[in-house]
Design a protein around this ligand. Structure first.
Ligand code: ZN
Length: 172
């Protein structure tokens, strides 16, 4: 698909329009942007030198950020999106049984332009914890951004709802 044209996050008109579509406030948008951008400074990326920051917005308004963490054994490295989501899951910010802890949006920030999108592995990882309508906000080095839903990034996806319930035939 052709990516949407990037918009400026310094444009109140653009941000307001985006926020209306994805049901977050402009304040939440800018907190996500700032958190994802700031998280880049915490990246451990001595091999690629490609810093990525990610931040997730939770229904209760809290934001959890992460960055990419590389490893001398290259495939062992973690992307920022998976770090941020895992932090939120393991610190108790997110819970499968609480609607007030549901994820509402995820932001990703890089030092390139146009904006980079989550890799395929991260799209599947996001799918585990987020609805298909989840907005993924991608910021470039100038804080220009594009937004796509998880479903647009990962069509015909496989998720936890497609597994049989625990205890059912075929379930572990
Ligand atoms: Zn990734």
């Amino acid at each position: 698909m052709t990516p949407p044209e990037a918009q400026s996050s310094s444009s109140d008109v653009a941000v307001s329009s985006t926020c209306g579509k994805i049901n977050i406030s402009p304040e939440e948008f800018h907190e996500l942007r700032a958190s994802a951008s700031a998280a880049k400074a915490t990246a451990h990326c001595p091999y690629s030198r490609f810093r990525v920051g990610a931040a997730v917005l939770v229904a209760n308004g809290s934001v959890v950020a992460g960055a990419n963490v590389e490893n001398a054994s290259y495939p062992v490295g973690l992307c920022a999106e998976r770090v941020a989501l895992s932090k939120a899951v393991t610190d108790g910010t997110w819970s499968a049984s609480s609607s007030t802890s549901a994820f509402r949006a995820i932001a990703v920030s890089t030092d390139i332009s146009p904006p980079a999108s989550p890799c395929g592995m991260c799209r599947q990882f996001i799918r585990e914890f987020c609805p298909l309508s989840m907005p993924v906000i991608m910021f470039d080095k100038n804080d220009e951004y594009v937004v796509l839903t998880l479903e647009e990034l990962l069509p015909m996806s496989f998720g936890p709802d497609q597994l049989p319930p625990a205890g059912a035939p075929g379930a572990p």
